[in-house]
Each structure stands twice: as C-alpha cells, then as structure tokens.
Design a protein around this ligand. Structure first.
Ligand code: SF4
Length: 460
C-alpha cells in the first residue's frame, strides 16, 4: 500500500491535516505520496502514475482526502468528477475533515471497495485506518518535507517586509456554539490542547524552511488562554524574531484583554476576529456572544496593544438590511481598513451546512428554503428582497475586481457606490479613528465561510 494523500485548500497555508497524516505514515515507515492541489492543480499529472497504460483506467490502492472546510469540500467535487470521468477505482477511500460526510456522499459516483469517513479523526484513528501500528498516547509531529516549498504559500507583509508564513495549531476544537459555524456540530464545546514542545518542534521545521511568521490557526487562540500564553511565551523564547498571528473572538478579546500587550511583546502582529455583522439582531441569531458595541471596545483594546485588527464578516444573512451593509462599510472606512480588508469579506453570504445549529432556530427556519447539493448548504431567502439585489451587485463587483487585480481600496469605493445606489442616497463619510498598530497585509483572503471563487476551481 502506498497511500496518496490529497489536499485541496487550507486557507493558503501548507496543509496541516495532510502533514499530520504524513507524520503518522512516516513514523510507521509507510511510503506515501502527498499532493496539495492548491499549489499543483494538475489532476492528470496526479493520477498519471496510477493509470493503466492500456485501458487508461486509474487504480489507486488507498487515497486519503482531507476536507477541513467548505471550500475544500467543494473543490474536491472537481477531483471526484475527474475520477468518475477517468474510470477511477480506489481500493480504500478515506475522507477526513469537517466536510467528510458531504464529500463521501458525493463519492458514490466513483468506484471503491472500502470507505472510511471521519469528521474529526484522532491520531489513533488515523494510525488505525492506515494500518500503522500505534501505541496508545504516542505523539506524531506533522511531516512537511514532501509538501511544496513553504515559500509558495501565504505571506504576510508589514512595514514593507514580506514574511514567509508557516502554520501550526496550539489547540483543536472550540468551546463555543456559534450557530452558523460547523465546528460545534462535531466538537460540541470540546477543546484539546497540543503539547507545547510539539508545537515548537513543528514551528522549528518551518523556520528552517524559511518561515519568519507563523499563523496559529486554532479556531480560537483564547479557548484555552493559559495554554495559549504558554505557547506564545515559548515561541518568543525559542525564536526571538518570529512574528505570529492568531484568531480570537470578540468575547475573548474583552474577557482576556489583559494579555494583549504581552502578546505584542511576544511577536503577535495581527489578530483575526470574526465580527460577522454589526446588527445586534443578526449577532443574536448567530449566537456570536458579542454585541455591536463590544466590537468597538475590542478593536480599541487590540489597537492600543499595537496589534493590527483583521475583521471577518458574514454581511449577507436572511436578516440583513441595506443599512446593516452600510454600517459595515462605514466601520471599515472609519478604522482605515479599506486597504487591507480582502474585498471578498464584504461579499460573503451565510452558509448553513447540514446539521447546522441554525436549523434548530425559528429565526432561521422562517427563511429556509431547501438543501442545495451544489453548495452543501441550506438555501434561504432574504426578509428584505432588495438586499438580494445588493448582494448580487457586490459579488459581481468583487469578482470583477479580483479578475482585474484592482487594489482593495478602489474595490472598496466601488462597493460604497453600489450601496449608495441601492440606498437611494449617499452615505455620510465618518471621521477616521486614529489607529496605533501598523497595518499588516496577508496575501491570502479569509475564505473560511465562503464558496470557492471561479479562480480557485481546479483544472480537471
Ligand atoms: S465561530 Fe469561532 S468561536 Fe464560534 S463556534 Fe466557530 S470557531 Fe468557535
């Protein structure tokens, strides 16, 4: 057995789950192939070595798909259709990740003998599935040496310096139950922390490969704040000049704000925080755990600490009003974020996966229509139909600007004009807030809750 590990997309960084699987196989002295289609997207090349030269049929003994998020699940549809088109046959098909069930349903069109599906596989389960002898409690490090060079992945830029960016996780899972998020469906409030020494060793490998910045990709870095600070202090002690970023929810920024200045000293240069909306009605419906006024308070805390604040939004929900979108534009402008905010953030529509906690709420049920196989999501209608026209115009403009490589600022003001047209009036330009932190730009958009764009689709 020579397993083929296939990853499509992990938010622009080297695929972590694929590297963990490689770690288990390497420890078990099993040879494997690993392909990250976000970097090497040629499916024909990937399957060529497994193709019968006479019949053209593809035969793969074991293939492991990693589908940690919606975008990767949708991209895998392209891989599956390629296998169907090319009479693919797989002996053992293993699908790992939060969207594993959805991808497995789609895999019915291809031929395979055994199917294993795990949404949140443990290391022990990975070892068992791949036939690696495993002693309970054995630790495995991600193995990255067969993945594409780190320099081909996301970079962050600050003060004119581009930083090669690595990725690791201090913890897995999430304590919270935000209704629009797929994590609570599977973790149900559970968080597991990774040993500090393992995290440092994983970072060391990536620093040797050129990383000068690390994304700590925990769903929320402050789910386990004491552990998080231990990790940040240990990073500083071992890699003095390394910078890092992390994701922290508004509620945690307010609750654990006392740590922020220390995080700056330890090398944190930006924090991503899911604002989602500035409408208190929407925030309540999503059970986000913060209000619109909390957002400004959290932003001030982060900025005062000298850390750049990167918001993410889900501007379009069933409850969105035209004025809610206006509020987001004003917030972005007021806080001078229009040059660094990825425009796609302003076009994201609420996705509702199967088993979503939103399906249990009357606030959502009222607008739900049906399950859409194409997007692995329940569709819904707007309470105010004119918002649909705004959203379509915003999506069109963002896609057009992406294709033309327009700068973020120009795109932002194009979206501003579109919104004014829909409102039938101009938007009052707010006074800018003074910001202390240096702006940090990431080369990668935050696509966590978004459908893949046309540019992300694979060739196949
Ligand atoms: S949105 Fe963030 S804080 Fe909320 S459940 Fe998901 S990962 Fe946790």
């Amino acid at each position: 057995m020579r397993p083929l590990i296939l990853s499509t997309y992990e938010l622009g960084h080297q695929p972590h789950l694929a590297a963990l699987i490689a770690g288990v196989l390497k420890e078990g002295q099993v040879d494997y192939d690993i392909v990250d289609l976000s970097i090497d997207p040629n499916l024909d090349e990937v399957f060529e070595s497994d193709q019968d030269s006479h019949t053209g049929e593809i035969f793969i003994e074991t293939v492991v798909f990693t589908v940690g998020m919606l975008t990767s699940a949708m991209l895998f549809r392209d891989v599956l259709s390629h296998l169907v088109k090319n009479s693919g046959h797989i002996k053992n098909l293993i699908v790992y990740g939060l969207y594993a069930n959805e991808v497995a349903n789609e895999a019915l069109g291809i031929s395979y003998e055994d199917l294993t599906v795990r949404t949140t596989p443990t290391i022990e389960e990975i070892a068992q599935d791949l036939g690696v002898e495993n002693t309970m409690g054995k630790r495995y490090l991600p193995v990255r040496d067969s993945l594409p060079d780190l320099r081909r992945y996301k970079t962050v830029t600050t003060s004119g310096i581009d930083r090669v960016t690595g990725y690791t996780e201090a913890s897995v899972g999430c304590r919270h139950r935000c209704r629009h998020c797929p994590l609570p469906i599977y973790f149900n409030g559970k968080v597991m922390v990774n040993p500090v020494e393992d995290i440092l060793n994983d970072i060391e490998v990536q620093v040797s490969a050129g990383a000068t910045h690390i994304t700590l990709g925990d769903p929320d870095f402050f789910n386990a704040p004491i552990h998080a600070m231990k990790v940040a202090r240990a990073i500083k002690a071992r890699f003095d000049n390394l910078t890092f970023d992390c994701t922290i929810k508004i509620e945690h920024l307010l609750k654990h704000g006392r740590y922020l200045e220390e995080l700056t000293e330890l090398g944190c240069i930006y924090i991503t925080s899911a604002i989602e909306s500035l409408s208190d009605e929407t925030l309540t419906n999503l059970a986000k755990g913060h209000s619109s006024s909390d957002v400004n308070e959290a932003l001030q805390l982060v900025d005062r600490a000298g850390i750049d604040f990167h918001p993410s939004f889900v501007p379009f929900t069933p409850w969105t009003k035209l004025e809610d979108f206006e509020d987001i534009l004003v917030f972005v402008y007021q806080n001078s974020m229009e040059q660094t905010l990825e425009p796609v953030q302003l076009s994201i529509k609420l996705l509702v996966p199967s088993n979503s906690l939103l399906l249990e709420t009357p606030a959502f049920s009222e607008f739900k229509t049906h399950y859409d196989v194409e997007t692995f999501s329940y569709l819904w209608r707007y309470r105010e139909p004119k918002v649909e026209s705004l959203q379509n115009a915003i999506v069109d403009q963002v896609q057009k600007s992406q294709l033309c490589h327009d700068n973020f600022e120009d795109t932002f003001f194009a979206l501003w004009s579109i919104t004014e047209e829909h409102l039938g009036r101009s938007i009052a330009t707010p006074i800018r807030n003074k910001r202390r932190a240096d702006a940090v730009k990431s080369s990668e958009a935050w696509f966590c809750c978004a459908e893949p764009t046309a540019a992300q689709r694979l060739r196949g």
